[in-house]
Structures are given as structure tokens and as C-alpha cells.
Ligand binder design. Structure first.
Ligand code: RB5
Length: 152
């Protein structure tokens, strides 16, 4: 189950991502925003809802969109257990899964075109975490998240 969210800048791109997920046979849940004309919406609200769904296990991963992908990514990354990658290229998206086990991908609707965004999302969704030495580093990140130093 993929959590989707965006602010007003990402409504159209999110709809294209939904179609792609349907074609891939992947289920999704949409945590808003739904209104491309509401310029007063606040991306942290939607970023938080989708990130919480992933952190709580209601969804496996999330794809979030705002103008740059940055604001919604910063907001989502404040939720415990969330590892965000903000990507505008395929290589970073794949490596963020293979090495960092990222569980939320964010993209900027004002940064990348829809077809590039779909390619980035598809590459990220099909990449697999490699574990091994990368697992150790993810555990270090978790210790930082818990207020500890990374080295045990
Ligand atoms: C909205 O204008 C814009 O600030 C937002 O979509 C995002 O880019 C913030 O990081």
C-alpha cells in the first residue's frame, strides 16, 4: 500500500502517479490535498498524514509531492521511523532505497516533469534495500532519531 500526498502544486502530478500505480497493480491511499486551486493549503499537514500512515504500518511506503519536494519532505521526515529521499533523478531514487532503505520519496512538481517523476517513482518502487553494511548505517540513523549518538 502506497501513501500519496501533495499540496496544491502537486495535485496533477499525483493523479498521474495514481494511474501509474494502478498500471503496476499497486494499491494506494490518498491523504490529500485534493484541490489544485487552494494556494493557502499547508504541505506539512499532508506530509504528516502520509508519513504517519507509513510509520504506523498502514502503508508500506509513501510518495509525496510539493513545489520542490523539499518542504513536504522535511515535514514527513520529522515523523519517527521515516526516511525521506527528495529526488529529481533516477539514480538517487534507486540508491536511496538500496542503501538508505528510504520509505518516503518526495518530488517537486515545479522541478521535474511528470514523465520524469513517474520514472523516478517506478525506479524507487522496484528497487530493494541491500542490507549488510547499509543496515548498520540505517540503525545508526535510528539511534540519532532516538537522541543517541550513532555509535553504540
Ligand atoms: C508552495 O508555494 C511551496 O512553498 C510548496 O509547494 C513547497 O515547494 C515547499 O517546500
Amino acid at each position: 500500500m502506497i501513501a500519496l500526498a501533495c499540496d496544491h502544486t502537486g495535485v496533477a502530478m499525483k493523479q498521474e502517479i495514481m494511474k501509474m500505480l494502478d498500471e503496476m497493480g499497486l494499491e494506494w491511499k490518498d491523504y490529500g490535498n485534493y484541490d489544485a486551486n487552494n494556494r493557502d493549503d499547508d504541505y506539512p499537514i499532508y506530509g504528516y498524514k502520509a508519513a504517519k500512515a507509513v510509520a504506523d504500518g498502514e502503508c508500506d511506503r509513501g510518495i509525496l509531492i510539493c513545489g520542490t519536494g523539499i518542504g513536504i519532505g522535511i515535514a514527513a521526515g520529522k515523523v519517527k521511523g521515516i526516511r525521506v529521499c527528495t529526488c529529481s533523478d533516477v539514480y538517487s531514487a534507486i540508491l536511496s532505497k538500496q542503501h538508505n532503505d528510504s520509505n518516503i520519496l518526495t518530488m517537486g512538481a515545479r522541478v521535474v516533469g511528470t514523465e520524469v517523476a513517474k520514472l523516478i517513482a517506478k525506479s524507487w518502487l522496484t528497487a530493494e534495500f541491500q542490507g549488510g553494511r547499509h543496515q548498520r548505517r540505517v540503525e545508526m540513523i535510528e539511534r540519532i532519531e532516538n537522541g543517541e549518538a550513532p555509535e553504540a
